[in-house]
Design a protein around this ligand. Structure first.
Ligand code: FE
Length: 146
């Protein structure tokens, strides 16, 4: 189980090795993804709160990266966080997510991205439920549930 101190260590000293790497040019990503997926995954945009696909959806399944299909989160780790975006308290594996300090918008946050393709997912916070205490606040456009 990952905890906040692990996230801080990854963001500071380096992330776990991904299971594989997917590297494409921005033109290739733009051709592959929908415009909304491209804005979030490759341009770090944030989709609107509440009016997104998985915010209030709790069907069982695996949430994969919408760009490279890597399993990122399991529905068993999804919980209701009242944030307007799908929220998870753990990733599906330690190496699935890449963490980076993000001080854009004058906020000090930790960005969560796909460790395989580098696609932007959202941010991780330390106000999640026990026992891990993590809240992965993720854009629906970055995910595909199967
Ligand atoms: Fe990916």
């Amino acid at each position: 189980m990952l905890r906040w101190k692990d996230v801080l260590i990854f963001a500071t000293y380096g992330n776990p090795e991904p299971p594989r790497r997917v590297e494409k040019t921005e033109a290739e990503w733009e051709a592959q993804l929908t415009p909304a997926q491209f804005r979030v995954l490759r341009q770090q945009h944030t989709e609107p709160p509440y009016r997104n696909a998985y915010c209030r959806s709790y069907e069982p399944g695996v949430y994969r990266c919408a760009a490279c299909a890597t399993p990122l989160f399991d529905s068993t780790a999804k919980y209701h966080a009242i944030s307007g975006w799908p929220s998870f308290t753990q990733p599906s594996s330690k190496g699935a997510i890449r963490y980076r300090f993000d001080s854009s918008h004058r906020l000090h946050r930790i960005e969560a991205s796909c460790n395989v393709c580098g696609g932007h997912l959202g941010h991780v916070f330390n106000d999640g439920p026990a026992p891990a205490g993590l809240r992965y606040c993720i854009n629906s456009e970055s995910l595909r549930r199967e």
